[in-house]
Design a binder for this molecule. Structure first.
Ligand SMILES: *Cc1c(COP(=O)(O)O)cnc(C)c1O
Length: 391
């Protein structure tokens, strides 16, 4: 199947979305790289695209400093590219911290944005020089302050997740009255509660969520000042979308909403964001291979050498990838599964693929540089995907 141009054009049914032409490694270059060598599933990455996305993010919202969310793709070459582009980082664990420190990132540029941190991890992070820590409950506030009394803290508030493919509301984020309690307790303890953050949910296709989050954060900062605290950080979190099968607002459209919402924010407040998916997803094609096919109860099944344990896992939560092959047959509905013997390892239940797909065919997924290899395990003895850079 040739690369369908339609992938990258505007959907007329969703006029509010200003879908831009997204960058991607050209399909012929992907095929060439795979023809040269294929041993196991591979994520082909182009560092120049990561650079382009980084610059585009910055141009879209000049006041906002990006701190990459390491979990989206922790490959050291990805991190090195982002370091060269001047990104800071956001972490959830000590392995992520140590990886960044080993690459020379100053601890002060690393924000500990996981709302649930073990005491052991906090002690290590404090000893390594991490200054900024998120809290979203009274218990976490007490825990962080007990390990590091002079920690710089930012409170994570619950933000609207309307129109996000991964709504996070519920798991994290203080609700308004809880945020008030956290502010009062920080003031009582003399803790340096110095900022506010929120996360609109991953692959967020509704720019309004950022505006609402920023307005809530500004209100909270006013309260913090009244309580004698010194708020000086606004962290807009992640969630900036990339294009798969649905139209998305461009980063420029999101940036315009954010920039407008920041207009009355005092210049003394540092504004940062934590893009993960946006910076790396378009830079990679995930390529795997059909192990075998079957017909079961009239339904076509394709078993790939990578399933939910091998990198194709976000589909299980509802993300729809474009899936390309080299076949020209009529599109028909397939169930697509991974190679393991776990019955949960089914990654697409109604995927249009050519009817003549057979064992040993390649399957190509564009814009898959984020949340693929990062999730992979060697469950059932299948190898981890290779991460290969073409530039
Ligand atoms: C995962 C995560 C991000 C990145 O989210 P994306 O949707 O990949 O942009 C940012 N901040 C925090 C705290 C996260 O957990």
């Amino acid at each position: 199947m040739p690369l369908r141009r339609a992938l990258y054009t505007e959907s007329p049914s969703e006029p509010a979305l200003d879908t831009p032409a997204e960058v991607s490694i050209p399909f012929p270059a992907v095929k060439q790289a795979i023809d040269r060598a294929y041993e196991k599933p591979v994520l082909l990455l182009d560092a120049d695209i990561i650079r382009t996305k980084c610059r585009r993010f910055h141009a879209a919202m000049p006041r906002v400093h990006p701190h990459y969310a390491v979990k989206a793709n922790p490959d050291p070459r990805v991190l090195r590219t982002l370091i060269e582009e001047g990104c800071g980082f956001e972490i959830a664990s000590i392995s992520e911290l140590d990886l960044l420190l080993s690459l020379g990132v100053p601890a002060a540029e690393i924000y500990y944005s996981n709302p649930m941190k073990s005491r052991a991890f906090l002690q290590v992070a404090a000893a390594r020089g991490v200054e900024w820590y998120v809290v979203d409950s009274l218990e976490e506030l007490a825990k962080v302050v007990s390990v590091k009394a002079d920690a710089k803290l930012y409170v994570r508030i619950d933000a609207p997740n309307v129109g996000s493919d991964w709504p996070l509301s519920g798991k994290f984020g203080a609700h308004p009255s809880e945020a008030d309690d956290i502010i009062a307790e920080a003031a009582r303890l003399g803790a340096d509660l110095a900022g506010v953050t929120f996360h609109v949910g991953s692959q967020c296709r509704n720019p309004e969520n950022w505006r609402v989050g920023i307005e809530s954060a500004k209100r909270l900062m006013r309260k913090m000042r009244l309580m004698g605290l010194n708020p000086r950080l606004l962290n807009l979190g992640g969630g900036y979308p990339v294009q798969h099968t649905k139209a998305i607002p461009s980063i420029e459209a999101i940036g315009a909403v954010i920039t407008r919402a920041l207009e009355d924010l005092p210049p003394s407040v540092r504004v940062m964001a934590e893009p993960g998916r946006f910076l790396v997803s378009d830079a990679g094609w995930f390529v795997c291979r059909v192990v075998g096919t079957a017909t079961r109860a009239g339904k076509r099944w394709a078993y790939l050498d990578a399933g939910m344990f091998g990198g194709i896992i976000e589909t299980v939560e509802g993300l729809e990838y474009n899936v390309l092959t080299d076949r020209q047959g009529a599109p028909t509905s397939w169930c697509v599964a991974g190679p393991t013997c776990d019955s949960v390892d089914i990654v697409m239940r109604d995927q249009l693929l050519p009817e003549d797909l057979v064992a040993d065919d390649f399957v190509y997924i564009p814009n898959a540089g984020a949340y693929t290899t990062a999730y992979a395990s060697q469950f059932n003895g299948f190898p981890l995907p290779e991460v290969r850079f073409i530039s």
